[in-house]
Design a protein around this ligand. Structure first.
Ligand SMILES: Cc1cc2nc3c(=O)[nH]c(=O)nc-3n(C[C@H](O)[C@H](O)[C@H](O)COP(=O)(O)O)c2cc1C
Length: 224
């Protein structure tokens, strides 16, 4: 049996609804055989903005800004699947999460195709019933697309991921949204099943001698 690691990330500034939802999704993921999970909160982490220095593009280097980012980057590179959650801020994902996404930019430049066999799912918690959860989910899913990470919304009926209405009541509010929590659990399990299938399938095919294309990105090491 292959061993599969699902990384859960919360882009919230507090220990509230989003941390709770991501942890619940990971709990559901762990019910799938062979799945190990890890939870990371971005809360309180020193994560500078990407300053577009382009070291990653010109030199083909991982991000050269040194702060708390590197430790999370290592976990991100290692994981086979991702469950990323954000509170809705101004109908979008938190700037904290978006800073993290931008800092990851060098990873897919330095290791082209590294993420292409991985899967991700998204969770958004909002204080209002239709407060922009779907917009926030889109930010996370667009990030996945950019990095070649395959995206699942979860089982039929989830459509786009998990939207939770918290009434600004942190974990208690999330628990009250029983339909939202059903989506969270369904998403967690589905991410785990797909990650397992992708990893086992790729390993089997490689053992059969199938070679997967190695990509080179035209803009890495450019001179202009
Ligand atoms: C700056 C800020 C902006 C927010 N904007 C929205 C919003 O546009 N729509 C919404 O539904 N909730 C909004 N909220 C409420 C949070 O999304 C909601 O309470 C969320 O569940 C918080 O998650 P947490 O407990 O993990 O921090 C906002 C909260 C803050 C602090």
């Amino acid at each position: 049996m292959v061993e599969v690691k699902i990384l859960g990330i919360s882009g919230s500034h507090r220990n509230g609804a989003t941390d709770y939802c991501v942890k619940e999704a990971l709990r559901a993921a762990e019910e799938v055989p062979g799945i190990k999970t890890e939870f990371v909160s971005l809360r309180g982490k020193k994560l500078s903005h990407c300053i577009h220095c382009d070291n990653c593009i010109r030199k083909g280097e991982l991000c050269t800004i040194k702060d708390d980012f590197q430790e999370i980057q290592d976990k991100f590179l290692e994981a086979d699947g991702y469950i990323i959650g954000t509170p809705v801020y101004q109908m979008s994902a938190t700037p904290l999460l978006q800073d993290f996404f931008s800092r990851l930019r060098p990873t897919y430049l330095v290791y082209p195709g590294h993420f292409s066999n991985r899967v991700g799912g998204a969770i958004a918690t909002g204080g209002t019933r239709h407060g922009g959860q779907e917009m926030a989910l889109l930010v996370i899913k667009n990030f996945f697309h950019t990095y070649e990470i395959l995206v699942t919304g979860g089982p039929g009926g989830n459509y786009c991921g998990a939207c939770v209405w918290t009434k600004d009541k942190k974990e208690e509010g999330a628990k009250e949204d029983t339909i939202g929590m059903e989506k969270v659990v369904g998403l967690g399990r589905r991410v785990a099943e797909i990650a397992l299938t992708l990893k086992a399938g790729r390993q089997w095919l490689t053992d059969q001698g199938v070679e997967f294309a190695k990509q080179k990105l035209w803009f890495v090491n450019r001179r202009d």
